[in-house]
Design a protein around this ligand. Structure first.
Ligand SMILES: C[S@@+](CC[C@H](N)C(=O)[O-])C[C@H]1O[C@@H](n2cnc3c(N)ncnc32)[C@H](O)[C@@H]1O
Length: 424
């Protein structure tokens, strides 16, 4: 077994963790003659001094906040689909494979009445998360270095169980354990969140992962693996006289990897285990553990926004069969990634009339009118822009007033009742 290699990548945000690395640089020149030591750091996990370590101990993977996993989002989806989820400000929340708790820490900070628990196999990220939580004086966050396989009854019941970026990257027995934890530890109206790579889009991405993994198969040093993987994509996508569909796909992927944090390329794309599944396979797997498809964490993804009216009408023939409907939608979209919400099989989600339950919710928005003096009460269209520059326009006076009102309240939330009063 090779000695543990520390000091190869630098933790982005802190000099305190200087033992954890140096910078990764950009795309290198391709080398086809490169054959270095036979690589053996990429095994899924191993032990040192009695502690189980995995590749995330060797190459830091900065995690951050994922709004789609916030109890707010999960409880909103559950409410729209007819469930009675726990109060966001008084819930129990478990994150599996939480890394350095970059997602958990902000939630624990802003929701002091809720209890957060995170587990991860990698020791160093958990240590980093604990140090930051202690510095912030968080009393409502516990972090454990352990495997998903070992979560036992002592953990108790949770209103939300989340695993982001884990399912596709772990061996089959850990995927089973992940669903088993959801099954055993979700409260009756609890919501599970599991994200995973999916087909058919996964086929396109796998084609690229396979080429990159072939090229770097004998390279041990992480920085070199990353720069050579990018160099290969660059080489292949620029080596034909004329562009074709294949080259366009490669170029898109090259652009995507250039935008990535390099350690994400290392862990996500070059990982030895990276297995997409079809949506229906995931749903069948969850059903083996008494879990049912509830919704996607991004509600808009369940709507046929970009489909032709003919396609929408054909999908409508599937009626209540939400799983088949979602699967055919994935075929149309060439979907690559899903963020699926699950509930216990005893819960039957309400597929219709979600608008009726909107009145139980609160709203917030950072939209502001594009015009300096917008006419909110006429049926003339008005445009609103968000902080990240997305735009929406409407000619509906009530909606125009609602957007303008929310903008003045941001970042506060307002009840549906208050919003309606202010908009009429
Ligand atoms: C791709 S990272 C995702 C980290 C974080 N959820 C995020 O999205 O930023 C996968 C994480 O799962 C952890 N992991 C892998 N196998 C595990 C296991 N058997 N038990 C617990 N954590 C595991 C890894 O250590 C790593 O931190």
């Amino acid at each position: 077994m090779a000695p543990l290699r520390r000091g190869s990548l630098r933790c982005k945000q802190s000099t305190r963790y200087a033992t954890y690395s140096t910078n990764i640089t950009g795309v290198g020149k391709i080398s086809l003659t490169l054959v270095s030591r036979l690589r053996n750091v990429q095994s899924y996990s191993r032990t040192r001094g009695g502690t189980q370590l995995n590749t995330y101990d060797e190459v830091y993977y900065p995690s951050h906040s994922f709004p789609q996993t916030h109890p707010d989002r999960l409880a909103t989806a559950a409410t729209l689909f007819g469930m009675n989820p726990a109060r966001v400000d008084g819930c129990r929340y478990l994150e599996l494979g939480c890394g350095d708790a970059g997602n958990l820490i902000p939630m624990a900070f802003y929701l002091p009445g809720s209890e957060f628990v995170g587990i991860d196999l990698a020791a160093r990220p958990i240590e980093m998360g604990r140090e930051l939580a202690e510095e912030l004086g968080l009393k409502n966050l516990q972090l454990h270095q352990m495997s998903i396989d070992d979560v036992d009854d002592q953990f108790g019941e949770f209103d939300f169980v989340v695993a982001h970026g884990v399912y596709s990257w772990v061996p089959p027995q850990v995927r089973d354990s992940l669903l088993n934890v959801c099954s055993k530890h979700l409260s009756p109206h609890g919501v599970g969140y599991i994200s995973y790579n999916t087909f058919p889009g996964g086929h396109l991405r796998r084609m690229i992962w396979d080429m990159m993994r072939f090229h770097v198969r004998d390279i041990e040093e992480p920085q070199r693996r990353i720069s050579q993987a990018q160099a290969l994509l660059s080489f292949v996508s620029s080596s034909k006289e004329k562009d074709d569909l294949y080259i366009q796909v490669l170029r898109k992927e090259l652009e995507r990897t250039a935008r990535f944090d390099k350690s994400h390329l290392y862990h996500d794309d070059l990982a030895d285990i990276n297995d997409p599944v079809y949506f229906h396979q995931f749903v069948d797997h969850a059903a083996q553990y008494g879990l049912r498809f509830l919704a996607e964490a991004d509600y808009f993804e369940m709507k046929p926004h970009s489909f032709t009216p003919e396609a929408t009408a054909i999908l409508d023939q599937l009626g209540d069969d939400i799983v088949r409907r979602e699967q055919y939608s994935d075929f149309i979209k060439c979907r690559r990634f899903r963020q699926t919400l699950l509930c216990r099989e005893e819960v039957i989600p309400e597929q219709y009339n979600h608008w009726e339950r909107v009145k139980y919710l609160y709203a917030s928005s950072n939209l502001s009118p594009v015009a300096t003096d917008p006419d909110l009460n006429s049926p003339k269209p008005a445009a609103f822009v968000s902080e990240n520059n997305s735009q929406i326009s409407t000619d509906h006076p009530i909606l125009k007033n609602a957007f303008a009102y929310l903008g003045t309240k941001w970042p506060q939330v307002v009840s549906f009742e208050e919003l309606l009063d202010a908009s009429l």
